[in-house]
Design a protein around this ligand. Sequence first.
Ligand code: AGP
Length: 596
Amino acid sequence: MCGIVGYAGRRNAQPILLDCLKRLEYRGYDSAGLAIVGDGLEVFKSKGEIAVLEASMPAMKGTVGIAHTRWATQGKPTTENAHPFSDCTGKLAIVHNGIISNFMDVRESLVNDGHKFTSETDTEVFAHLVEAEFKGDLMDAVFNALKRVDGTYAFAVVSEGSGDIVATRRESPLVVGLGDGENFIASDLTALLKYTNRMVYIHDGEVVRVSKDSVTIKNEKGELVTREPQKITWNLEDAEKGGYPHFMLKEIFEQPEAIHDSLLGRVESVDVEPFFAGNIFSSVKIVACGTSYYAGLVGKYIIEELAKIPVTVQISSEYRYSSAPRENPLVVLITQSGETADTLGAAREAKKRGNKTIGIANVVGSAITREVDHVIYTRAGPEIGVAATKTFVTQLVALYLLAMELGIQNKSLTAQARRSMIGSLRNLPRAVQDVLNQAEVIEALASKYAKARDMFFIGRSINYPIALEGALKTKEIAYIHGEGFPAGELKHGPLALLSKDSPVVAIAVKDRTYEKMLGNISEVSARGSPVIAIGYEGDTELARYVDDVIWVREIPPVFSPVPVIVALQLWAYYLAKARGCPIDKPKNIAKTVTVE
Ligand code: AGP
């Protein structure tokens, strides 16, 4: 996720672009830059937040320009990899939000044609493609360049001597803002609200030419499109969080897109093959903290099911100081921030033990990426809320992909089984969207139970760690004492805690443990505790056993943790809202824990 913005008008573009860019900083903040068309075409960019760019940049003169704030996905967060990118002539500049999945092939062919690249990014190929296709009209060049790229994108292009911005999108957002004698483009209308509230949404495959006095949209076939602007009623305050009251809620709602991005160009492989070459792993150890640890626990079930190799999971601070057993596992370190001190220490320890290491991280170029042999990025985009939500779900996606690779490598997974898993992975954004569509129902339910002091979460098999994660979310956001248990363990002690005042959230999807789960739910009800179940749509039997139900779409059980955790994230969020908690910044905890 990155943010792009463009301005074509009569005023000096530089301060306007910077101002708009700051409102997009939630979309990325590892580097930023802008390109201004004045007497010539000037590009300035730098590593770090927009404030760093602002402090270091020269005054640039010109009334047309584009700007970008980056969240790295391909290529480290450096000045060289910051946008905008120029072509070989330096006469055009582009910015991009998205991922070009076939960039390696395109780059190779452009290099063979003599193009010179200055960065490691996927984006730069588009600058050279537009250069190669330019025959005098920028819009035509963009149309032709698009024929050679796959993936998701919102691009904006400017060129020397022209008053136009040409922009296009596919599955990444793009809006045009209409002013008087000036027009804008942006990834998010919230960036433009200070200047205009009249917006035109650009659709997938369309290309738009924006100048100070005109906006021309063409569809994929090159036909002119007429679209009425919409009047937006949001104020600037709403804009900070894209209209959501909290970053946590916004990030929960971004999950279909985050899953989609994390799968893009990867369902056939997560690029681990070269890393695997010659190494057959007979066991895996996953090491992480907090929510990432729970993702690891889910990963154990996934890898054991798909790749049939034993997996152990350990908390980073415990692993670091444990004694090394004789085995030589593949060690997988999961950390969204990539900066968690305990997990960094664990990575060093794994190296010391001579183990091969893979990191699963969300922040490109973060410290963990320098400590491991191979990195799988989760592509969730920046997560601002302290509670991990979309990074957890995309960690699960990375683990499904890794498990499939391990399964293929050791021949436990057939090509046909893999194809069917890929189909299920591709359906996950829809299953998540179904849950999001029930937000109001979940809010009403959460308000009913929000006064509880204690709350228990039970699950079995692959949904046992999801019960743990649901409990953690409830603790950290809603300040309710939440505890997760494997449902079969209740009778070995925890049943003693139950009463009518302690609601129990039971995950009861139809898998091989379903009947046992119904038995555990009966044990709970017999102690007078209200039960809120999460089950598969249409399960009338389950509804008879419990007080309330949150439904998720029926999908193969190995994938059920994804929609189920989204339901529990909303549950925790609405409990916290009903209790008036400071949701994005819960007391006593930090987003990134850089101390031991
Ligand atoms: C989860 O909501 C937490 N804020 C916390 O448990 C977090 O997952 C943990 O600190 C690990 O962070 P990391 O993924 O950045 O390493």
